[in-house]
Design a protein around this ligand. Structure first.
Ligand SMILES: C[S@@+](CC[C@H](N)C(=O)[O-])C[C@H]1O[C@@H](n2cnc3c(N)ncnc32)[C@H](O)[C@@H]1O
Length: 267
């Protein structure tokens, strides 16, 4: 599979299920937290990359930013459009690949991406795009799942059951490693701060409830199981692995979704 086919599959996968519901019900603290950490000035030009249904774009606009939301998946942009109307903020929703952003060089004061840019296949290409559209002295702020946290482990569990990555692509979870991010942003940034943070998730009464929820709503998981339909024993293996993971990672009735918050100043 080539990179473009991979992205077409990714777009279909993220449109499946109900990602806006997951964003709302499990990780809703993350967008407001990064907007707070960045300290967006009124009127600052803000780009949210791989914005999905606006979990971070909307808090950024409510904080006073002049926000543009971009994403590969039109269905999620449509959900974001509705959420923004309900929140009474004006945001343009632009269909865009994070590896080829349709914006001029240095055109944003702040470039955000919460669990978004990490899913574009070619890390060097997407990092260069984030750097290109941020003005000198501007801020790049990202959140990425770490290999130690539950969501990172869930994606790593699914990876061997999904089609191989195309040439030139790297696994998304590498964005959860500080050294990898340091190497990608390199001389393009003058300050680079990392913070490992936890989203505590208490809404699931049992490991099975958690797995059933993600199987019903998480597009990439739905797509992975769909592709395994011709091989039911392999699908059963993945299901069992996910249930074991959920069991093993439950502590005191909750799951800790560890993520890396990355805040950099553009050189
Ligand atoms: C986990 S969701 C995060 C969405 C949103 N940032 C949030 O915090 O709720 C991942 C998003 O990445 C988007 N995505 C995946 N590959 C992409 C690419 N190459 N370019 C732009 N967006 C992409 C998906 O469409 C999806 O909206």
């Amino acid at each position: 599979m080539g990179v473009e086919d991979f992205k077409a599959r990714a777009r279909t996968a993220w449109a499946a299920g109900d990602f806006p519901r997951i964003a709302r019900e499990t990780v809703s603290d993350v967008g407001p937290a990064i907007v707070d950490a960045v300290g967006i000035r009124t009127g600052a030009k803000v780009l949210d990359v791989a914005a999905g249904s606006g979990a971070t774009s909307i808090p950024a606009a409510l904080a006073g930013g002049d926000v543009v939301a971009s994403d590969l998946t039109p269905e999620l942009l449509e959900a974001g459009r509705h959420a923004a109307i309900a929140a009474q903020v004006a945001i343009p929703w632009v269909e865009a690949d994070a590896e080829a952003l349709p914006f001029a060089d240095a055109s944003f004061d702040v470039v955000l991406s919460t669990f978004g840019a990490m899913f574009a296949p070619r890390h060097r290409v997407v990092a260069d795009e984030l750097l290109r559209v941020t003005r000198p002295g501007g801020t790049i702020a990202l959140t990425t799942w770490t290999p130690a946290g539950f969501v990172g482990q869930m994606f790593m569990t699914m990876a061997p059951y999904a089609p191989a990555l195309p040439d030139g692509a790297s696994p998304p979870i590498l964005w959860g490693d500080e050294d990898h991010v340091r190497a990608l942003l390199g001389d393009g940034v003058t300050e680079l701060a990392f913070e490992r943070r936890i989203q505590h998730v208490t809404r699931f009464a049992s490991p099975d409830e958690l797995v059933d929820y993600y199987r019903a709503h998480l597009g990439p998981m739905i797509a992975t199981f769909h592709a395994l339909e011709p091989d039911p024993s392999r699908a059963a293996e993945l299901d069992a692995e996910l249930r074991k993971l959920a069991e093993r990672t439950r502590v005191d009735g909750e799951w800790t979704f560890e993520y890396l918050q990355i805040i950099a100043r553009r050189a």
